[in-house]
Design a protein around this ligand. Structure first.
Ligand code: FAD
Ligand code: NAI
Length: 486
C-alpha cells in the first residue's frame, strides 16, 4: 500500500477497535490491524473481551445462574422445576452465537465508519526519514505487506500468565479460553488463583454442579477489594455447597494423568495436600502482549514489568506512537481500554488541528470494578483500608439489601452498599457494593464521584421505589445517620 494513513492501530480489542472508530468519526484515515483468529481459523475482531473474555464469560454466567435458580430457588416461588437439566453444548453454542454476532458487528462498524481492517500480525518498524510516517509490517501466514501511518496506537492487549509447572493444553489444564469452551461439566474442578477470572469461571461451573476448589497464593481473599466486602463475600461463598476457597497456599507440583490433574500444594501451616481434579483452570493474572511489536529494533520503551511505558496521556517514548489498554499500566479492564482509545483519538485530532490537548489522563480513582459472582461485587474509589493508611478522616454510611423491598421480592437479599465520605467536606471518596445487580448500581456512584458529589447529594436525589437503587440512597443517608428503613 503506497498511501500514508493518518492513524494505524495495532490490535482490535476494546482499546483498539474503539480508538479506530473514533479516529474515523473524526475524519482521520484509519487502518486497524489485528491477528485474532477464532477456533474456525477465521479473523475475529474484538480481542480478548469479545472472543474469550467479558462477553462470553457473562453469557455463561447468565446461563448457569438461570439453571441454578431453576434448581435451587424456583421452589420458593411455588414453581416446580423437578427434572431440570442443562444441555451444556447448547449453552456453549448460545455463547458462541453471541460472540459471533458481536465480532461481526465490529466488522460492520469498521465498514460503516470506513476504517480499513487488515488481518495479520503488526510490527512497528521505523519512521521514514522523509515523510516522518511510521512503517508497519503486517504478516499473515507467508504474506507480508508494509503500510505507513503518521500516528500509531498500540493496543495489543494481554494474554494469560502461565505457571512454568503447568503448561496450558486446554484439554486438562485450561486458560480462560479453555474454561469458556468446556462441553461437559467437570465433576471436580480446580482453579489456581482466586482473582476475577478464577471467581467468575469457578462460579459458572459450580452452579452447573462441579465441585470447585480454588487455590489462592495470597494470605487473604480479594485483597484489592474493601476488607468488609471481601469478608462478606468470603462468608457468603463459604456457605455455597460445592465451593471451597483456600488462601495462603503454595503450589508445589502439577501432574497430569490420562484423565485427571493432580495438584500438590502446601497450606498456610505448611501442611502438604494433594488435590485431584478432572479439569484445572489456571487464572493467575495476565501479561502484556509486546512480543511482536518490534521493540528490539524500534526502541519502544517497556517499563520494569514489561508493559509499554506511557505517560498519563498514553504517549510512548516514540514520536507520534501511543499505547492503550491492557498493554499499558493501570487496571486490565475493557472500559479503561476503550476510554484510553477514545482519549488518544481526540488527542491525535487536536494535534492535527493545532489545538491544545484537552485530555487530562484517565482518573484511575473513578474506574469502576465489577466481579460478576453471585452476589455481584462492585466498587469505585478508595477502600476503607486505603483511607486509614493515608490518614484521611472519613464517615461511613451502610445499608443492607435485606432491608430493601425489591431485593426481597427478587429473592436476592444478601450483601450491602457502603458509602465512604470525607469527614470534612462530605465528598464521596469510595462506594463499595456486594449484592444483586450491583454491576448496574455502581454507575450511579461513578457519576457521583465524577461530578465530585457529596454523600448528601446522593441522599437528596429521589430514587424510584421499590428499586435496588434505594440501597445506595439509604447508604448515603446513613453517612449522616439519617437512614430511614433500618
Ligand atoms: P485485547 O482485548 O486483548 O485485544 C488486543 C488485540 O490485539 C487482540 O485481538 C490480539 O490478538 C491483537 N494483537 C496482539 N498483538 C498483535 C499484533 N502484534 N498484531 C496484530 N494484532 C495483535 N474486562 C472488563 O472490563 N469486564 C469484564 O467483565 C471482563 N471480563 C473478562 C473475562 C475474561 C475471562 C478475561 C480474560 C478478561 C476479561 N476482562 C474484562 C478484561 C478485558 O477483556 C481486557 O481488559 C480487554 O480486552 C483489554 O482490551 P485491549 O484492547 O487492551 O486488549
Ligand atoms: P487477577 O490478577 O485478578 O487474579 C490472579 C490471582 O491469582 C491473584 O489473586 C493472585 O494472587 C493469584 N495467583 C498468582 N499466582 C499464583 C500462584 N502461583 N498460586 C496461586 N495463586 C496465584 O487475574 P485473573 O483472574 O487472571 O484476571 C486477569 C485480569 O482480567 C483481571 O485482573 C481483570 O483486570 C481482568 N478481568 C476482569 C473481569 C471483570 O471486570 N469482571 C473478569 C475477568 C477478568
Amino acid at each position: 500500500m503506497s498511501e500514508i494513513f493518518d492513524v494505524a492501530i495495532i490490535g482490535a480489542g476494546p482499546g483498539g477497535y474503539v480508538a479506530a472508530i473514533r479516529c474515523a468519526q473524526l475524519g482521520l484515515n484509519t487502518v486497524c490491524i489485528d491477528d485474532w483468529k477464532n477456533p474456525k481459523g477465521r479473523p475475529s475482531l474484538g480481542g480478548t473481551c469479545l472472543n474469550v473474555g467479558c462477553i462470553p464469560s457473562k453469557a455463561l454466567l447468565e446461563s448457569s445462574e438461570n439453571f441454578y435458580r431453576a434448581v435451587h430457588k424456583f421452589s420458593a416461588h411455588g414453581i416446580k422445576s423437578e427434572g431440570t437439566s442443562i444441555d451444556v453444548p447448547v449453552m456453549i453454542s448460545r455463547k458462541d452465537k453471541i460472540v459471533t454476532t458481536f465480532t461481526a458487528g465490529i466488522s460492520a462498524l469498521f465498514k460503516k465508519n470506513k476504517v480499513t481492517s487488515l488481518h495479520g500480525s503488526g510490527t512497528l518498524l521505523q519512521q521514514d526519514e522523509n515523510t516522518q510516517a511510521w512503517q508497519i509490517s503486517v504478516s499473515d501466514k507467508d504474506k507480508t505487506e508494509v503500510i505507513s501511518a503518521r500516528h500509531v496506537i498500540l493496543a495489543t492487549g494481554s494474554t494469560p500468565r502461565q505457571l512454568p509447572i503447568a503448561a496450558i493444553d486446554n484439554h486438562l489444564i485450561l486458560d480462560n479460553a479453555g474454561a469458556l469452551a468446556l462441553t461437559e461439566i467437570p465433576k471436580r474442578l480446580g482453579v489456581i488463583g482466586a482473582g476475577v477470572i478464577g471467581l467468575e469461571m469457578g462460579s459458572v461451573w459450580r452452579r452447573l454442579g462441579s465441585e470447585v476448589t480454588i487455590l489462592e497464593a495470597m494470605p487473604g481473599f480479594l485483597m484489592a477489594a474493601d476488607e468488609q466486602v471481601a469478608k462478606e463475600a468470603q462468608k457468603i461463598f463459604s456457605k455455597e455447597p460445592g465451593l471451597k476457597i483456600q488462601t495462603g497456599i503454595e503450589i508445589k507440583s502439577i501432574v497430569t494423568t490420562k484423565k485427571t490433574v493432580k495438584v500438590e500444594y502446601c497450606d498456610a501451616n505448611d501442611v502438604t495436600h494433594t488435590l485431584e481434579v478432572d479439569k484445572l483452570i489456571v487464572a493467575v493474572g495476565r501479561a502484556p502482549n509486546t512480543k511482536d511489536l518490534g521493540v528490539e529494533k524500534n526502541g519502544l520503551k517497556l517499563d520494569d514489568r514489561g508493559f509499554v511505558d506511557v505517560n498519563a496521556f498514553c504517549c510512548t517514548n516514540l514520536h507520534n506512537v501511543y499505547a492503550v489498554g491492557d498493554v499499558v499500566r493501570g487496571p486490565m479492564l475493557a472500559h479503561k481500554a476503550s476510554e484510553e482509545g477514545v482519549a488518544v483519538a481526540e488527542m491525535i485530532m487536536a494535534k492535527e488541528q493545532g489545538h491544545k490537548n484537552e485530555f487530562e489522563g484517565i482518573n484511575f480513582n473513578t474506574v469502576p470494578w465489577v466481579i460478576y459472582t453471585s452476589p455481584e461485587i462492585a466498587w469505585i474509589g478508595k477502600t476503607e483500608q486505603e483511607l486509614k493508611k493515608t490518614g484521611i478522616a472519613y464517615k461511613v454510611g451502610q445499608f443492607p439489601f435485606i432491608a430493601n423491598g425489591r431485593a426481597r421480592a427478587i429473592g436476592e437479599a444478601s450483601g450491602f452498599i457502603k458509602v465512604l465520605a470525607d469527614a470534612e467536606n462530605d465528598r464521596v471518596l469510595g462506594v463499595h457494593m456486594i449484592g444483586p445487580y450491583v454491576s448496574e448500581l455502581i454507575s450511579e456512584a461513578v457519576m457521583a464521584m465524577e461530578f465530585a458529589a457529596c454523600s448528601q447529594d446522593i441522599a437528596s436525589i429521589i430514587h424510584a421505589h421499590p428499586s435496588l437503587s434505594e440501597v445506595l440512597h439509604e447508604a448515603a443517608l446513613g453517612v449522616d445517620n439519617r437512614a430511614l428503613h433500618i
